[in-house]
Design a protein around this ligand. Structure first.
Ligand SMILES: Cc1cc2nc3c(=O)[nH]c(=O)nc-3n(C[C@H](O)[C@H](O)[C@H](O)COP(=O)(O)OP(=O)(O)OC[C@H]3O[C@@H](n4cnc5c(N)ncnc54)[C@H](O)[C@@H]3O)c2cc1C
Length: 373
């Protein structure tokens, strides 16, 4: 048996990289394992941009975590010496009663997240590229913005390594076992023992957690870049915030400002009329013509990514139901990235026997295991 570690982290993507950073900067001996190169594009943490926001339509219970995640994004940027989050503001639009608008408003009011409610004319006056259809309500969240997932993963990994974490890319976990003494992890390159194990394998979770029978569904999502007909300036971050549009036909596209002076990214988050991954770039630009008439339909490129969905679309974060020295982090259901700093901190707490200071019951892995019995 090779060297013993305090904690093995399996998976060094969004959540594993953050966990390795929090553990190693606390002086914990960490081994991080991943079959693919750092910052790769085969999982869920690539594609230039992710929305960060706090007026959370998915549930106001997320907001305490989001407050902490903002603090930790700032800390990471300071430690890494680079700008990671860009606060463009965020527009969350939909008909009155829609999940995105009403849910964002409920969270903003409950937690006093700075926001304004705007009618369509006011949206266009403030952000001229947007022409919301009549009857659309919009919540503008001042502190929303975007983060680059590849840069964030690489920053977490770089700082984890600098703090002493041993990170092995090209070495995936093939199996693991746990007993009262800790865990033993087998990889393509050897076997390692540790006090505890954090499993953060993204869309591959069902392979490493087969015994748990989590009801995870992996879905493809395309991200599409267009050259705006109205010119890149109209979509510059100074006058074009991140946005999510909950349409009354049950489709929710979203997008970002122009980050490179050329291209504007948009995608479909969910769609109740047809599978979200079946929207072609041409269909998406047609769909967006109403809201963003200056976008046009000159498609430049597309990149594919994956959502790992749970039935209730809440995360799976907590101790393994059968092994308290094993911590599970998966099922982020297409909205996890903004939480990587705070849940990295939470996972580091769980892996070292500390009680996290948040109510994590919504993410309890046992909610599905129990449901299947
Ligand atoms: C198109 C798209 C848009 C999104 N938009 C947003 C957004 O705007 N805002 C937001 O907050 N979230 C967003 N998300 C969700 C967010 O990106 C994901 O929730 C997050 O990236 C998931 O991180 P992860 O660590 O679970 O997975 P990953 O980053 O994929 O990491 C999993 C890692 O595990 C490794 N691995 C696999 N098998 C093994 C093994 N056997 N042993 C060891 N390691 C293994 C993989 O190689 C990988 O590196 C979006 C996702 C997609 C796909």
């Amino acid at each position: 048996m090779a060297t013993a570690y305090d904690v093995v982290v399996a998976g060094l993507g969004g959540f594993g990289s953050a966990t390795a950073y929090h553990l190693s900067t606390r002086g914990v001996r960490v081994l991080g394992l991943d079959p693919y190169p750092a910052g790769h594009d085969l999982g869920a943490s690539h594609g230039e941009s992710r929305i960060v926001r706090q007026a959370y339509f998915e549930g106001s219970a997320y907001v305490p975590l989001l407050r902490r995640t903002y603090e930790l994004w700032d800390r990471l940027a300071r430690d890494a010496g680079e700008r990671l989050v860009r606060h463009t503001g965020g527009l969350f639009l939909g008909p009155a009663g829609s999940r995105v608008f009403e849910g964002s408003l409920a969270s903003a009011r409950r937690w006093e997240v700075p926001h304004e409610v705007l009618d369509p004319a006011e949206v266009t006056r403030r952000f001229p590229a947007f022409r919301p259809p009549a009857g659309t309500a919009a919540l503008f969240e001042t502190s929303a913005g975007l983060v680059g997932p590849e840069r964030a993963v690489l920053a977490h990994l770089r700082l984890a390594a600098a703090a002493g974490a041993e990170l092995r890319h090209g070495e995936g976990v093939t199996s693991w076992s746990a007993d009262v003494d800790g865990v033993v992890v087998h990889t393509s390159g050897g076997s390692y023992s540790a006090g505890s194990l954090v499993l953060a394998p993204g869309r591959w979770a069902s392979e490493l957690l087969a015994g748990l029978g989590l009801p995870l569904r992996v879905e493809r999502r395309g991200m599409h870049w267009f050259r705006p007909r109205a010119g890149a300036d109209a979509f510059d971050a100074s006058r074009f915030p991140v946005w999510i549009w909950d349409r009354d036909d049950g489709t929710a596209p979203y997008g970002f400002p122009c980050l490179d002076g050329v291209a504007v990214k948009a995608a479909v988050h969910y769609s109740r009329v047809r599978p979200a991954d079946t929207w072609t770039p041409a269909e998406l630009s047609d769909l967006l013509a109403e809201l963003l008439p200056g976008l046009g339909n000159e498609h430049l490129r597309s990149v594919e990514c994956t959502y790992t969905m749970t039935p209730d679309e809440h995360f799976v974060v907590g101790r393994h139901p059968a092994h308290e020295q094993v911590v599970v982090a998966c099922g982020f259901s297409g909205h996890g990235f903004k939480f990587t700093p705070v849940l990295g901190e939470v996972l580091a707490d769980l892996a070292t026997g500390l009680a996290p200071s948040y109510d994590l019951s919504m993410f309890d892995p046992r909610r599905f295991v129990g449901a299947q019995r």
